[in-house]
Design a protein around this ligand. Structure first.
Ligand SMILES: [Zn+2]
Length: 196
């Protein structure tokens, strides 16, 4: 925006400077006409007129230099505008593509969440009500994890290994007994990899 403002400022300046040149040029042309017409006869007047034409030519030259200087500045401002415009559009396309990917990721996550929620509902439906209640209570107390796998004699909830007494208790427990970790109190889930 700053570059565009600079460019339009230069454009305005250029128009003004060109008008200045034009005025001087027109005045010099008028003087020249008067000189050429032969209407002026007084040597003093002729000399004055000649003098003015010379100084107007010099002034015109100076003003044209000003125009050139402004044009140069304007050109570099234009270059800057087009360079920045290009950069803006490249950044914008990066934003667009990131937004697109984010939207796709959201959709995927939403789909996944819906599937997992449904899956959980099915599993929860098969769990006895009192056990589910215990699990929900523990889950709330234990940072979202109410049950943990017993893996190689280690509770994967708190990562502590069961001592030999605890292992023996687990071994002796009925297959459908609800076991709890002595350390973190989470429900312990036995699998073939529990190391029993
Ligand atoms: Zn534990």
């Amino acid at each position: 925006m700053a570059a565009q403002t600079e460019e339009s400022d230069c454009a305005r300046e250029q128009t003004k400077a060109e008008q200045d040149v034009d005025q001087v040029r027109q005045r010099a042309a008028r003087d020249q006409q008067r000189l050429d017409s032969g209407a002026i006869t007084s040597p003093k007047d002729l000399e004055n007129l000649q003098h003015e034409i010379t100084s107007l030519a010099k002034r015109q030259g100076n003003l044209e230099d000003v125009v050139l200087e402004i044009m140069e500045r304007r050109e570099s401002a234009q270059e800057r505008v087009s360079e920045l415009t290009e950069r803006v559009s490249s950044v914008q396309s990066k934003i667009d593509s990131a937004t697109e990917r984010r939207t796709a990721a959201y959709q995927e996550l939403d789909g996944e969440a819906a599937a997992v929620t449904k899956e959980r509902e099915v599993v929860a439906g098969s769990v006895p009500a009192d056990l589910l209640k215990l699990y929900e209570k523990l889950r709330e107390q234990q940072g979202g994890v109410g049950a943990a796998r017993l893996y190689q004699r280690r509770c994967e909830g708190c990562q502590l290994e069961l001592n030999i007494t605890e292992v023996n208790e687990v071994k002796a427990a009925a297959r459908d007994a609800v076991l709890r970790c002595e350390n973190c109190r989470r429900i312990l889930v036995r699998t073939s990899e529990s190391g029993l």
